[in-house]
Design a protein. Structure first.
Length: 260
């Protein structure tokens, strides 16, 4: 049976948590139907229930690992035609693992970061940009990072993946230019999500310290920027947007005192 859906569909990767989950809520508020992705099926299902209960929209959860190209391709191919009319893709799924100088780094962590943040983004962009070309419209938004502008001590491979996201944003903008597909990068500074907990292998205390003494961005702050770039007139595009907490001046310079 084909589900009847509206014309505006946003596909958001890494929607089970943090920035991606906030983006799902933000686009839902505007009446977008959503394809939400992530590996954690139970969370996707909860988010689907909650958003469909709160807003008059349809939500399709697609659970896959962005590193698994074959599953990703087959899931995308199996989407009903109506769901293939994706107008906004937010390439958000990503992670950092540990903070180690390169000589002490674990190549398995490097593989995970490169495969997720760079190759996963590419695999999905390839599939979705083809659909957007077929439908003659679209907007691809990459979640980059201040780590894609600067490097910081022991950030080596994570920073390299976000520099790659920056390069791919610019390269894809050129490739997709003839098709009227907008390509934007939103590059946040510190955002309080599960990011640091993941980076520090589940160490909640160490993760909490990253955000102590200042007010970090929230997922909702970033989602606001993501949604805003989609609202500009069709002839205008935000190529790149760096969004930081007021208390952060660069990757490593923070003004820390008591959290308001
Ligand atoms: P979270 O850890 O809260 O969310 C990360 C999301 O990515 C989860 O939904 C997770 O879903 C998904 N994900 C991770 N690996 C995979 C995978 N292999 N396959 C599919 N989905 C995956 O962190 P954030 O919300 O902070 O991170 C979102 C993006 O923002 C990342 O790209 C990150 O690099 C970037 N960023 C974060 C900043 C921050 O300070 N927090 C600052 C700048 C950029 P699941 O585990 O269910 O698969
Ligand atoms: C996440 C922010 O500064 O930890 O991209 O790299 S940072």
């Amino acid at each position: 049976m084909t589900t009847r859906i509206s014309q505006s569909i946003a596909m958001i990767t890494g929607a089970t948590s943090g920035i991606g989950k906030a983006c799902a809520g933000r686009f839902a508020r505007e009446g977008y139907d959503l394809i939400i992705t992530g590996r954690r099926k139970d969370r996707l299902e909860e988010i689907r229930e909650q958003l469909e209960y709160s807003f008059p929209i349809k939500v399709k959860p697609l659970s896959f690992d962005v590193r698994d190209r074959l599953s990703l391709e087959s899931l995308m191919a199996s989407l009903e035609e109506d769901w293939k009319r994706i107008s906004v893709l937010v390439n958000n799924a990503g992670l950092a693992l540990r903070l180690d100088p390169v000589q002490e780094g674990d190549p398995a962590d490097w593989d995970t970061m490169i495969d997720t943040n760079v190759k996963g983004l590419l695999y999905l962009s390839r599939e979705v940009s083809r659909l957007m070309i077929r439908h003659g419209r679209g907007h691809i938004i990459h979640i980059g990072s201040i780590a894609g502008r600067e490097v910081y001590p022991s950030g080596n491979v994570y920073c390299a993946t976000k520099h790659a996201v920056d390069a791919l944003t610019r390269a894809m903008r050129i490739d997709l230019l003839p098709y009227g597909i907008r390509v934007t990068q939103i590059a946040p500074g510190a955002v309080e999500t599960e990011f640091s907990e993941v980076r520090f292998g589940g160490d909640k205390d160490r993760a909490r310290k990253v955000y102590e003494g200042y007010k970090p961005l929230s997922g909702a702050d970033v989602a606001e920027a993501v949604y805003w770039v989609t609202t500009l007139p069709e002839h205008a595009n935000v190529n790149d947007l760096l969004i930081m907490p007021m208390a952060q001046a660069s990757a490593t310079i923070f003004h820390k005192n008591k959290r308001p």
